[in-house]
Design a protein around this ligand. Structure first.
Ligand SMILES: Cc1cc2nc3c(=O)[nH]c(=O)nc-3n(C[C@H](O)[C@H](O)[C@H](O)COP(=O)(O)OP(=O)(O)OC[C@H]3O[C@@H](n4cnc5c(N)ncnc54)[C@H](O)[C@@H]3O)c2cc1C
Length: 377
């Protein structure tokens, strides 16, 4: 589209801030309504694989992400004692590095500063109160009392997306997989220069992921009852029990935890919006539309790809509705493939029964998937 658009983004997380930067740099008027009072992402880390780093490069943030994180190239598989079993080099997309581990708060800061510098306005402590789409624009009243008219409203409001509920009711509420992730940030061990995955067969698997020169995080997934929530004071003890079969680096990482409350427990859920991701001029993206299990480290990567491709689609199409059609046609197949494979990997790793379709998908393997995902989005 030749003329600048007015775009309201609901949610200032990883996808929303990437979109705000990409659109504001193109001269569009962008506001972000973020319900939190500041960009205080959870204090654990995240992996930016090559396709996510490629998007960061496209919006001029690759160097900032690498400076705030820890670039790595090889995935190491180890036994429960930490002895190396295999080294798997990671692919790179069109010159972007293979992977970057980064603390979530540092990534939020990089993205928030870029969005602001590009001219996007972030309204903290704010959410959509009323929304009326008349076909030619969307009139929105925010919870701070302000009102505006927008050419497009984008719901990048995460797995629990209130905008999704507004559009589709409870039809696509998050579905709990039966598994949960335990994570804790600890000092980086000198030998952890890329992800080290220690496996004790299907009993347990523990990942050490470097996120800065000084820090790494320990992550592990276990089957947990849907209503289970660890007492924060006992969370470390619970994790130690679950990882009792590990010695070496994993045990050392557990021993380095000095605050039991630092252990972050996240239930793993999935969302698949099967109807079109847009209703009129309101569109869902990222986890709001297609949250997947973390087993390919691709959820945020899909969110930033969604954001960048949406900005490109708005450039190329003559109208907003046509841009949304073209965007979803590009995004849905890739995001759904990631979601299906990621869930199949979770089930395989946890010894759960897989379907024939999942067995077929699993033939590619995680390294194969990384190669596919390092091809253009
Ligand atoms: C254990 C675990 C590990 C993971 N590891 C990785 C990894 O290594 N690599 C990777 O790529 N992905 C990973 N992911 C997935 C990744 O975190 C998500 O896919 C990604 O954050 C989705 O981005 P998003 O912008 O769609 O949503 P989010 O980043 O969740 O942002 C949503 C934003 O919307 C805001 N919001 C919510 N409600 C409202 C409202 N009513 N009004 C206004 N704002 C609102 C929230 O406050 C938040 O800021 C992991 C996920 C989990 C659970």
């Amino acid at each position: 589209m030749a003329s600048p658009l007015r775009v309201l983004i609901h949610g200032g997380g990883i996808g929303g801030l990437t979109l705000a930067t990409a659109l504001a740099r193109r001269g569009h008027t962008v506001e972000v309504a973020e319900i939190r009072d500041e960009l205080d992402a959870l204090g654990v880390g995240i992996i930016q694989p090559s396709n996510a780093l490629h998007v960061m490069r496209e919006i001029g943030l690759l160097e900032a992400c690498l400076a705030a994180g820890f670039e790595w190239e090889v995935l190491t598989i180890a036994d429960p004692m930490g002895n190396e079993l295999a080294r798997i080099p990671q692919p790179r997309m069109d010159g972007a590095p293979p992977n970057n581990g980064i603390p979530r708060p540092a990534l939020a800061e990089v993205l928030g500063e870029a969005a602001g510098a590009a001219g996007a306005r972030i309204r903290f402590g704010t959410t959509v109160a009323e929304l009326d789409d008349d076909g030619t624009g969307v009139t929105v009243r925010l919870s701070d009392g302000s009102a505006g008219r927008w050419d497009l409203v984008v719901g990048f409001d995460g797995i629990g997306s209130p905008l999704r509920t507004r559009l589709y009711g409870e039809r696509y509420a998050p579905e709990y997989t039966g598994f949960a992730n335990w994570r804790v940030t600890v000092p980086r061990q000198a030998g952890v220069r890329g992800v080290v995955m220690s496996t004790a067969g299907q009993e347990a698997k523990a990942l050490l992921t470097p996120i800065t020169d000084e820090l790494m995080y320990l992550g592990a997934v276990f089957a947990e009852a849907e209503d289970f929530r660890p007492d924060p004071e006992l969370a470390h003890e619970e994790l130690v029990k679950r990882l009792a079969m590990f010695s070496g680096p994993v045990a050392e990482a557990l021993a380095a935890v000095d605050d039991p409350g630092a252990v972050v427990y996240s239930r793993i859920s999935q969302v698949t919006v099967e109807e079109p991701w847009h209703v009129g001029r309101v569109v869902l993206a990222g986890d709001a539309a297609h949250a997947s299990t973390p087993h390919l480290a691709q959820g945020a990567a899909m969110a930033v790809e969604d954001a960048f491709v949406l900005a490109e689609s708005l450039d190329a199409a003559p109208t907003v509705p046509e841009a949304l059609e073209a965007w979803e046609a590009r995004r849905r197949p890739r995001a759904m493939w990631v979601q299906a494979l990621s869930r199949a990997v979770l089930k395989q790793e946890m010894g759960a029964e897989t379907t024939p379709e999942e067995d077929e998908l699993l033939k590619i393997g995680v390294p194969g998937a990384a190669h596919v995902l390092a091809k253009p989005y």
